[in-house]
Design a protein around this ligand. Structure first.
Ligand code: SAM
Length: 174
């Protein structure tokens, strides 16, 4: 998978903790290298860092106080996921050919107009409202394939797939 990152706009610490955590875990599990989110929230940093330590990989999580500047400074193409955009099915072949790094932007509540303007692509996963977690997972799968099957090295545990029970092995000594 090519290098890509995620920017989560508009995190509201008092109500978005769980969904922003899920956006971050989805970004990691679906192959992104880093997530940046607007407004610091140490609880999310701690939760995601704990998952990375336990399950491996070198996913990074950071905060930005100025997401507009973040978009302006981004060195590659920007893909904003929005129900108001053009269908991913129309643009996916073009997006697959873009050079890295790509930045995927997801919102929380209403996204300001400058996000649309500073993005190279405003892309919809259907034109119905749903969730930033769903939008990100579908977009990354459509563009990069089955990246959710990747291996994460260096964790403390590894899941042993089972059709019957929860099974993990301790890998911290190996
Ligand atoms: N009505 C809101 C708006 O003005 O964008 C939807 C907010 S939704 C709860 C939060 C985020 O989920 C959006 O900013 C967008 O990134 C993502 N999202 C929701 N539905 C989507 C869709 N159909 N296609 C792409 N992204 C979507």
């Amino acid at each position: 998978m090519s290098y890509c990152e995620v920017l989560r706009i508009g995190h509201r610490p008092e109500r978005d903790k769980r969904i922003t955590t899920h956006v971050a875990l989805t970004a990691r599990a679906f192959g992104a290298s880093r997530i940046s989110f607007h407004r610091a929230d140490s609880r999310i940093l701690d939760t995601v860092s704990d998952v990375c330590k336990k399950f491996g990989g070198d996913f990074k999580i950071e905060t930005t106080s100025n997401p507009k500047r973040f978009l302006k400074d981004w060195p590659g193409k920007i893909i904003h996921l929005t129900m108001f955009g053009i269908s991913i099915d129309e643009e996916v072949d073009k997006i697959k050919e873009l050079p890295e790094p790509l930045l995927f932007v997801v919102g929380a509540e209403k996204v300001p107009p400058w996000v649309f303007e500073l993005s190279d692509y405003n892309i919809a996963i259907g034109n119905q409202p749903h969730s930033e977690v769903a939008a990100l997972s579908v977009a990354l799968s459509k563009i990069y394939g089955n990246v959710y099957n990747q291996n994460f090295e260096g964790g403390e545990v590894k899941v042993i797939p089972s059709s019957e029970r929860r099974n993990m092995v301790d890998t911290s000594d190996s």
